[in-house]
Each structure stands twice: as structure tokens, then as C-alpha cells.
Ligand binder design. Structure first.
Ligand code: SAJ
Length: 442
């Protein structure tokens, strides 16, 4: 059983199920903290890379950080690792399906694997970390536990501790971020708070139940989606009345409690555009109103179309029809500094412009050739190659901010540059000979 004495003595084997964007840093963090770590993943590729001491992911932070000692075991075989674990952390994906309904298959599968292989004599604690809606941990796992003749609080304990890992942000990794933890058993939640305090220098806050912890995490990301939706909607309003939304937001941000967000071509990633659908689903099944969260999601999801419409309007005013335009997208990742294109709004923007008849080129120095999405677009290795009429900044990678805009202008016939993230200095662009547009600017 998990006790604070065993934690203090580092006398614990911690299992991590799912060694992806969150699981791998978590496993490495607990290994660095001195615990025995057993990693489990269904991917033969991930496990063979790790067993060879190589980083299986695209985050360079972990390139030379894969352990090779007796406290580190990784495998695809649950029977090798699960029976020995005192604590099992589950960090598997929680995406949405095409119809935007939560996809809980990975949580179901992880539960089946874990509950088939635990050593009930150890009374292991199974902690879900993936983002869900309140109630998922019990809804999905309690039937699996009962059907195997196990009982919570006797053969195992359940808990929830949401991950808050921020891809590409060294100041908000698993060793830094504050955590929230909820469990049925108060002794278990206290012990887990002690355990996670060995992982992170941030605070670890126990809450009264699994459901409170589940709700806290999804609310964090729903709030962020709403705040971004507000500035995106303002970016559609103010140009119609001759105002630049960025000037307005900068002025408003001089107020002490105004939270500054930036309008853009849209909201990507595996968290912010996905998690609100989990709470929407829960609200619907609870028969509660959820209009604001739903419409905010709709505002962000339609930003690529709104931006495409405005770019087509502006280039038409310059005498060019959409079918005559070669357009270069600068950046494909959903946010700067990383090679992660999950739910990237650049793809939706590209598809909208293709539908208008435009020819689309893409340059993203972070996305290697083997990870470039096949589609109706042409990936280039140098921005100038495409000889674009129109250039759209989609992702504010450092390499893009540092481009020679004068040189790029020489390769552009029409010379129209659209700042989709409001990160460029318009004077510099005008001096380089560009006609400019930007999200939220008249
Ligand atoms: N975005 C805007 N305007 C903004 C902020 C973001 O358009 O003012 C866009 C970004 O371009 C991106 C998307 O929203 O396409 C998401 O950006 P993000 O900064 O929220 O980055 P994420 O998706 O990596 O969010 C993560 C989340 N972390 C976890 O779920 C553990 C989120 O909870 C964090 O709040 C966020 O990092 C953060 O604070 O950096």
C-alpha cells in the first residue's frame, strides 16, 4: 500500500501507462526523483527507441535524457511491469471523434490492461492524468474493476491528478507545474500529494474527490478557449468600424485585472480546442445549459474560414482572383517553437483557400519531411522557392520572425503579406515593399 514512509524512502515502483507527450516527461521526472519507474506503451517503436536509449518523440528536451539503469524498465508487455507497481499513472490520449464526442477508448483499454495485471496484494493506486470530463474515471473504470471481482479501497485505489504539461515551455514542465489531486480515500490523497511533491517544485493541492480534480482541469482549458474566442470575435468586429483590435486590447490591458490574449488564425493543439467538447458533452448529459462554452468553441473553430474570407476579399481588391493566387503559409505547427501539428488551424486555413481555388505552399522549419501532412499543398524547404503572390504568417516560430522580408518580397509578384498572429512590425514590412493585412486590423 502507498504510504508516506515508503514515499520518503523512495521505496516505490511507479508505473506510467502511455509514454507520449505527457507520459514520457512524467516517467523521466519520477525516475530523476529517485523512484523505480516501469513504463508501458502499446507502440513497439516507442519502446524499442527507449530501450535503445533514444528519445521517441519530437521534443528535443529528451534527446539525451533516456535512462539506462536498474530503476528504469520500459516494455509493451503489461505482465512484466504492472504486477510490480505500487502506483500506476495513466497518461493516454483523450481526443474527440469526428462528431466532436469524447473518445474514451484509450482510457478503457488502459484500464483493462491494468486491472487484468495488478497484484491486488500490493493494493496499487491507479491515477488517471489525462484530461476528461468530471465522472470519467469512475464511469469507465469502476465497471472494469467490478467485472474482475476487484474492489476499490481493498484491492486497489483510484485517483485523478490532471497533467498540466506545456509542450515547448521549459518553465512549465512536469518538474515545475503545480498539481491538483483527488481520490476517494483521504489517506491516499494525502500520500499522493506527498508523492507528486517529489516530482514538481510547484504546489500540490489535494481536493475532496476525483470529480473535483477532473472538473478543475477541464475548466482551466475551457476558460482559455473562451478568452481566446473573445479576442477573436473582437478581431472580427473592430476592423468593421475602422479600429485595430491589437491597439484596443493593448489599451485595455493597462487595466490591472484585464487578461491579455491575442487574436489569430485559430486555436490548435491537443488541449484547448479539444477539452471544451468534454465539458459540453457532460453538460448535455446532465441536462445543463452550455451555450457560452459551445459558441466560444464555434468562434475559434471558424476563425480559419473568417481569415480566409478576409484575405480573398483583400486580394480581390488588389485585382487578383483566388484561382490566380499562389499562397505561402509560414508555419504549420499549432504554436511556436514545436513541431506539433495536431488540430493546427493552418490546415483548416489551407483547406479553405484550396476550396477557393488558390495554390498553397507551406514552409515550417520545425516539421521534418517525414512528418509533413499529405494534402492539396506543396511543402517547400525555402520560403522563396514558392514565388508566392500572398504570404500568410500562421505560426510565430523564431525562424519565421527572423526572415529577411526584403529578400522574400523580391520573390513575390503581388507582394501581399498577412500577419495571422499579430507578431510582425508593419513598418518594417512596408519598408520592405509589402502590402500588408493582419487579423483584426482594418
Ligand atoms: N492562442 C491564441 N491566442 C492566445 C493564446 C493562444 O490564438 O492568446 C492559440 C495558440 O496559437 C494555439 C492555441 O491557442 O494554437 C493553444 O495555445 P496554448 O498556448 O494554450 O498552448 P497549448 O495547447 O500547448 O496549451 C497548453 C495547455 N496545457 C495543458 O493542457 C497541460 C494549457 O492548459 C495551458 O494553459 C497552455 O499550455 C499554456 O498556458 O501555455
Amino acid at each position: 500500500m502507498l504510504t508516506t514512509d515508503r514515499i520518503k524512502a523512495l521505496d516505490l515502483t511507479i508505473g506510467v501507462v502511455g509514454l507520449g507527450y505527457v507520459g514520457l516527461p512524467t516517467a523521466l521526472g519520477f525516475h530523476d526523483a529517485g523512484f523505480r519507474v516501469h513504463g508501458l506503451d502499446v507502440s513497439e517503436r516507442v519502446i524499442s527507441e527507449l530501450q535503445a536509449g533514444r528519445n521517441p518523440g519530437d521534443d528535443p528536451t529528451f534527446d539525451n535524457a533516456i535512462p539506462n539503469d536498474e530503476r528504469w524498465t520500459v516494455t509493451t508487455e503489461p505482465k512484466i511491469v504492472i504486477p510490480e507497481c505500487d502506483v500506476i499513472l495513466v497518461t493516454v490520449p483523450t481526443p474527440v471523434q469526428e462528431n466532436k464526442r469524447p473518445d474514451l477508448r484509450f482510457i478503457q483499454a488502459a484500464g483493462e490492461t491494468i486491472f487484468d495485471h495488478i497484484d491486488r496484494g500490493k493494493r496499487p493506486v491507479v491515477v488517471l492524468e489525462s484530461t476528461v470530463y468530471p465522472g470519467v474515471t469512475r464511469e469507465i473504470w469502476s465497471p472494469l474493476i467490478e467485472s474482475r471481482g476487484l474492489s476499490e479501497g481493498v484491492d486497489l485505489d483510484l485517483a485523478y491528478c490532471p497533467e498540466r504539461f506545456v509542450p515547448g515551455d521549459p518553465n512549465h514542465g512536469v518538474r515545475q507545474v503545480p498539481r491538483v489531486v483527488g481520490a476517494t480515500d483521504t489517506d491516499i490523497v494525502k500520500a499522493l500529494a506527498e508523492l507528486y511533491s517529489h516530482l514538481t517544485e510547484g504546489t500540490v493541492t489535494p481536493v475532496s474527490s476525483i470529480e473535483v480534480a477532473e472538473a478543475a482541469k477541464v475548466v482551466e482549458n475551457v476558460q482559455r478557449d473562451l478568452n481566446i474566442a473573445l479576442v477573436n470575435e473582437l478581431a472580427l468586429i473592430f476592423p468593421e468600424i475602422g479600429l485595430d483590435v491589437e491597439e484596443v486590447l493593448t489599451a485595455a490591458a493597462t487595466k490591472w485585472n484585464f487578461h491579455r490574449y491575442t487574436p489569430g488564425i485559430g486555436v490548435g493543439g491537443h488541449c484547448i480546442p479539444v477539452d471544451p467538447y468534454y465539458l459540453i458533452q457532460k453538460a448535455h448529459s446532465a441536462g445543463a445549459p452550455v451555450e457560452l462554452i459551445t459558441s466560444a468553441r464555434e468562434v475559434n473553430a471558424t476563425m480559419p474560414k473568417q481569415v480566409a474570407t478576409r484575405i480573398i476579399r483583400q486580394t480581390s481588391d488588389l485585382g487578383r482572383s483566388p484561382s490566380s493566387l499562389k499562397i505561402l503559409l509560414l508555419g504549420w505547427s499549432y504554436k511556436p517553437g514545436i513541431a506539433d501539428a495536431r488540430e493546427t488551424p493552418a490546415e483548416s486555413l489551407a483547406n479553405e483557400l484550396v476550396e477557393q481555388g488558390c495554390e498553397i505552399y507551406v514552409w515550417d522549419p520545425h516539421i521534418q519531411a517525414e512528418h509533413r501532412l499529405d494534402g492539396p499543398y506543396i511543402w517547400v524547404d525555402q520560403p522563396e522557392t514558392s514565388k508566392p503572390d500572398v504570404v500568410i504568417l500562421c505560426t510565430a516560430h523564431e525562424e519565421i520572425l527572423g526572415l529577411d522580408w526584403t529578400a522574400l518580397r523580391k520573390s513575390s509578384d503581388l507582394g501581399f503579406l498577412y500577419d495571422g498572429r499579430r507578431v510582425l512590425d508593419v513598418e518594417i514590412l512596408h519598408d520592405a515593399g509589402w502590402i500588408t493585412g493582419a487579423v483584426g486590423r482594418p
